[in-house]
Design a protein around this ligand. Structure first.
Ligand code: CTP
Length: 412
């Protein structure tokens, strides 16, 4: 983070401006605010007049532990319309209505929040929430494109139940996901570094494929999807458009990420190849089954009385990583693989990198508390150029960011 000179520890806490605009999802901003303050962020809430018709000033004030600024005409001697934006480390507008996106895109400044957006020089995140028709309207889509082009981070709304009985795209993402997104943005270095993947499309595969034997059984593996989801989350936080192809993961889709849910290796292959067509990078973090049952039994396979089970015949699945690496969908596309090894970790990793012809291979040793299902990981990232980058034991987000650093270095 950019260094600021502050007097007391209180003042050195990251300063977040939480802009709340007038949509029903304003109540979810309270949960986001609670998470921000509990995790040590000095948070100033700037609601619009219509946001205050959904949630009262007292709620925002109590949760943030400070007065709520609503009006450019309050405390004019402190010039709040300039000061709040200038001193922020992050501005997040959550929920962002179609109206606030339009105002921000056009530089209108008719209240405190829109003034703050014009004076902020820190990263600005919008978490839109509105009805599907409003989100899909060309006016909104063009405003979003304008904001993104200028370096703002606009989280894709989630798909699901909207106000009333209808469902569709436009739902406010889970407050926790928006919080994680903001934390990711704050954790990056300078403003340019924070959004170094802006304009890039990246594809990440995650989770573990399942190859069905019959309607109730499958051959699977222990991948939780956490590493792939962390890669998707961190890429989105750095400004990338992200397609996450998730195989059998229980994890909720990270904010701002397009998630394609798949089951088998064949489905994963199809989804990844389709998304890779215009991608700048593809990261294969999924544990893909090398083999699948030769035949699928339409009915449940029954025990045969007094007889040994039939041997299981398996056939090979295509190697998606090798296919992506050999037939690059675009010139200069960067392809990254993962390898979990138990012995001769680096030697096996080097051999795998050469065999699969990817640009980078993230090699982890399979062990207690690492890799499968764990929150933390330790790895060595091998480069086709002979480079070797050790990433010490730590959160999967940190390893993810290191992977994106290495990918970004290789972009043509
Ligand atoms: N992978 C893939 N398609 C497959 C199998 C694996 O794309 N059918 C990808 C994984 O997503 C991962 C990398 O290949 O990025 C490493 O997978 P791994 O199963 O370790 O490779 P193998 O060549 O099968 O190695 P091993 O001989 O250790 O089984």
């Amino acid at each position: 983070m950019e260094q600021r000179q502050h007097g007391s520890p209180q003042e050195s806490r990251p300063r977040v401006v939480l802009g709340v605009s007038g949509g029903i999802a304003a109540y979810k901003a309270c949960e986001l605010l609670r998470r921000l303050t509990e995790s040590g962020h000095d948070t100033q809430v700037v609601p619009t007049a219509s946001a205050l018709r959904f949630v009262g000033e007292a709620t925002f004030s109590a949760l943030s532990g400070r007065p709520v600024s609503t009006d450019v005409w309050e405390s004019v001697h402190e010039v709040p319309h300039v000061r709040i934006g200038q001193s922020a480390d992050l501005v997040v507008v959550a929920p962002a209505t179609a109206d606030i996106l339009a105002k921000a895109a056009h530089g209108l400044a008719d209240d405190l929040l829109t003034n703050t957006l014009l004076t902020a020089r820190c990263p600005v995140v919008f978490a839109p929430a509105m009805h599907t028709e409003m989100w899909e309207h060309p006016a909104t889509q063009e405003n979003v494109a304008t904001l993104r082009r200028r370096g703002c981070l606009v989280i894709e709304p989630a798909v699901g139940r909207l106000t009333g009985a209808d469902t569709g795209k436009g739902r406010f993402p889970e407050p926790e996901a928006v919080f994680e997104f903001c934390r990711g943005v704050l954790a990056r270095g300078t403003a340019a570094e924070r959004t170094d993947l802006t304009g890039r499309h990246v594809v990440v595969s995650a989770g573990g494929t399942r190859e069905p034997l019959d309607p109730v059984r499958f051959l699977g593996n222990r991948s939780s999807g956490k590493q792939g989801f962390a890669l998707a989350r961190t890429a989105a936080a750095r400004g990338a458009r992200v397609t996450l192809v998730a195989a059998n993961s229980e994890l909720p889709g990270p904010a701002g990420v397009d998630v394609v849910r798949v089951g088998t290796a064949a489905q994963l292959r199809e989804a990844v190849l389709e998304a890779a067509a215009d991608a700048d990078a593809v990261v294969m973090a999924a544990a893909v089954a090398d083999f699948r049952p030769a035949a699928y039994a339409e009915g449940k396979i029954k025990k045969r009385k007094d007889a040994e089970p039939e041997p299981l015949e398996l056939v090979r699945n295509p190697d998606i990583l090798a296919e992506l690496s050999t037939d690059r969908a675009r010139a200069g596309q960067i392809v990254v693989g993962f390898a979990a090894e138990t012995d001769d970790v680096l030697a096996n990793g080097r051999a795998k990198l050469a065999r699969k012809r990817c640009d980078l291979l993230v090699v982890n040793e399979v062990g207690e508390g690492k890799t499968f299902g764990a929150e933390e990981n330790e790895a060595v990232v091998l480069g086709a150029d002979g480079s070797e980058t050790a990433v010490p034991y730590g959160p999967k987000d940190v390893l993810s960011d290191k992977v994106w650093d290495l990918v970004a270095l290789r972009f043509p």
